[in-house]
Design a binder for this molecule. Structure first.
Ligand code: SF4
Length: 647
């Protein structure tokens, strides 16, 4: 007996077959689904080992810590929710904060943000996978095309002639997308240009691979566009787009030689990349956190998308968590609503029959780090490990009333005043919207473990306690989905009946317009030198997912020896007298961590690399409070550090 439902991990959103024991209550195995259009029958090892992690490290009962210095104690649902509401109602709308999640369904997220806005009269709502990863992508795309999502789908790699991959490593992070790239290279002659700061597995497959200094991509893209325009190697209709003349004026000021010297790559490699891009008739573009997690994230994104538009190219999707697109689409933002930008507030008021808060909410960086709130309700997110400047974040978490909804214990659990058990994805019903903007049915394979309840149900019970039950009178997830397609313009074509009978649907994928936004290179973010002469860069392992609460439980995945390590260049290690296995201290302007060194020829001389998955080597402790001021996405990719060998 097997039931098909969606993988709990990445934004590729594969459908998997969950095999049950004869009782029909326990998942014993996960198999590929040969008919699944996302995985094409070849999901990755993380998805195929989900049965190893679903029953481990679980939160099974509500837990309450009545006083800050007391212990967490088991409580009934009634006691826990009364305690939560009794505390939350003592704070004013600007003092409370809500965090929805890319790990839960659209229905859960929609209800959560509605609760914040109606019951607590606050727009203090923000989600991790938007803010910490792709807020710059959504903002730049919306500004340039009117569509805050990828226009392309994973299969589009088969109809591209050149694929430009920047700041992402699909070979490690999006395996089913990477399979397509490898197949398209073999069967269609696809050419790949890969631009990255640490040589990676994807670069290995590229026709041209450029390893550039962190944060220098704008100068490279501008110089490339200058040459493309000069050589007439662009899509002629783009001349008519708004901003073309401004773009030409800006990019004319850049040249390839200067770009190659600032970026730290050979001019011959830059020219080889440009030759492929220039000759392309159907350019595909793919990018990731190597571009978005910087202080100059918005410039990075604008310059890449200017290049894409100039070539008449297509953005091909690859993004973080399984419901990464959905959580944003549901209006889980401090500065936009399910109906659209804040100016659509009247429309939403009419729909919900209630007055709504008009002030702009805080981002999660503000709420947990810069100007901390007094209370937070956090669903399936691990701020104690995911945010920058963790020493400060931990102090702030200790000072606030913290309610955590989670399926698996995380580092954040240790700071919680209340922990509420929620199901993992195969224990839920509803939908997710994957990186392609494919809306996929989530089918409940087994009952929620222990006393877990889905987030939407918990929120409806809290709303009832608060006397606002009439706004949250949902008999099932399907009724929430009906409201979603009525309220959210980009979901109006979604057929709820078909979705709930197992058929994929699509949210809107049509851009509304196209225009350029020329940007200049503003210089290096970190001028390596002085006390912190090296740059620390985070990266991901193919066998761990985000902060690892689930993947760390897998016996199969734990056989891959990937860390936690501090990766050093061969020459740097020689200078420091460090050998494989030696302990080193990595120090940044805000903290230090001690870890085991691994020497790697892939890491450039002045770069230090670390995975961010591991609780025992907290990368994020080292990250100062630096972010792009337009979107508050932190700089995780260019952190000034020093490294010393420990005796
Ligand atoms: Fe598919 Fe991503 Fe899950 Fe792997 S982790 S099975 S690529 S959804």
């Amino acid at each position: 007996m097997a039931t098909g439902s969606i993988c709990s991990y990445c934004g590729c959103g594969c459908r998997l077959l969950f095999v049950l024991d004869p009782s029909g209550k326990v998942i014993t195995k996960v198999r590929p689904d040969q008919g699944d259009p996302a995985s094409q029958g070849s999901p990755c090892v993380k998805g195929l080992t989900l049965h190893e992690v679903l029953y481990e490290n679980r939160v099974l009962h509500p837990m309450v810590r009545v006083s800050k210095d007391g212990d967490l104690k088991r409580a009934s649902w009634g006691e826990a929710l009364k305690f939560v509401y009794g505390k939350l109602k003592t704070f004013d709308p600007r003092e409370v904060f809500f965090v929805p999640s890319g790990k839960i369904t659209n229905e859960d997220n929609y209800v959560l943000q509605k609760f914040a806005r109606i019951v607590f009269k606050t727009n203090n709502v923000d989600s991790c996978c938007t803010r910490l990863c792709h807020a710059p992508t959504v903002k730049a795309l919306t500004h340039l095309t009117g569509l805050g999502a990828s226009e392309g789908v994973m299969d589009d790699v088969f109809n591209r002639d050149v694929l430009l991959i920047v700041g992402t490593n699909p070979a490690s992070n999006y395996p089913v997308l990477f399979h397509r790239i490898v197949n398209a290279k073999r069967s269609r002659g696809l050419k790949v240009v890969s631009i990255q700061t640490v040589y990676n597995e994807t670069a290995n497959y590229a026709d041209v691979a450029l390893t550039v200094n962190p944060g220098t991509e704008v100068v490279l893209f501008n110089a490339m566009m200058g040459r493309l325009i000069a050589d007439n190697h662009y899509d002629p209709p783009t001349e008519a787009l708004d901003g073309f003349d401004g773009l030409r004026e800006v990019v004319n000021q850049y040249d390839l030689n200067r770009a190659s010297s600032i970026c730290g790559c050979r001019i011959t490699d830059v020219e080889a990349a440009l030759m492929l891009i220039g000759s392309s008739k159907k350019l595909g573009v793919m990018h990731g956190m190597g571009l978005t997690q910087h202080r100059n994230a918005m410039s990075n994104l604008y310059s890449l998308f200017n290049l894409m538009l100039l070539k008449g190219g297509l953005l091909v999707s690859n993004r973080g968590e399984v419901n990464v697109q959905g959580v944003g689409d549901m209006g889980c933002h401090p500065d936009s609503l399910p109906t659209g930008p804040m100016i659509t507030g009247d429309k939403l008021s009419e729909e919900w029959h209630v007055d709504l808060p008009s002030f702009q909410g805080k981002t999660m960086l503000e709420a947990f780090l810069i100007s901390p709130v007094k209370a937070a309700v956090v669903s399936n997110f691990n701020p104690a490990q995911s945010l920058p400047n963790l020493d400060q974040v931990h102090r702030n978490l200790r000072g606030m009333f913290l309610v955590v909804l989670e399926s698996h214990h995380s580092l954040t659990s240790e700071f919680a005043d209340v922990i509420l058990p929620v199901p993992s994805l195969p224990e839920r019903t509803g939908s997710v919207t994957t990186g392609e903007r494919r809306v996929r049915p989530v089918v409940r394979v087994i009952d929620p473990l222990g006393e877990a309840k889905p987030d939407w149900q918990i929120i409806c019970e809290l709303a009832e306690l608060a006397g606002h039950g009439e706004f949250f009178d949902y008999p099932s997830e399907k009724e929430i989905a009906k409201e979603i397609v009525r309220v959210i313009p980009d979901y109006k074509e979604v057929d709820v009946a078909k979705l709930y009978s197992g058929e994929d649907q699509w949210a809107n994928k049509k851009p509304k317009f196209a225009r350029f936004n020329p940007v200049h290179f503003r210089g290096l973010e970190e001028d390596a030198g002085g006390r912190f002469p090296l740059i620390l860069v985070s990266f991901r392992s193919p066998h761990h997912f985000l902060t690892n609460e689930m993947t760390s439980q897998s016996k199969t995945l734990s056989k891959f020896p990937e860390g936690p390590y501090v990766y050093l260049n061969v020459e740097l290690a020689r200078k420091l007298g460090v050998q494989n296995g030696d302990m080193v201290r990595v120090t940044s302007p805000v903290s230090y961590v001690d870890g085991e060194a691994r020497i790697s020829p892939k890491v450039p001389l002045k770069i230090v690399g670390m995975h961010f998955h591991f609780k025992s080597l907290l990368f994020n402790k080292l990250v100062p409070t630096q972010f792009d001021p337009e979107v508050f996405t932190p700089n995780y990719k260019s952190v000034p550090v020093n490294v010393a060998k420990l005796s």
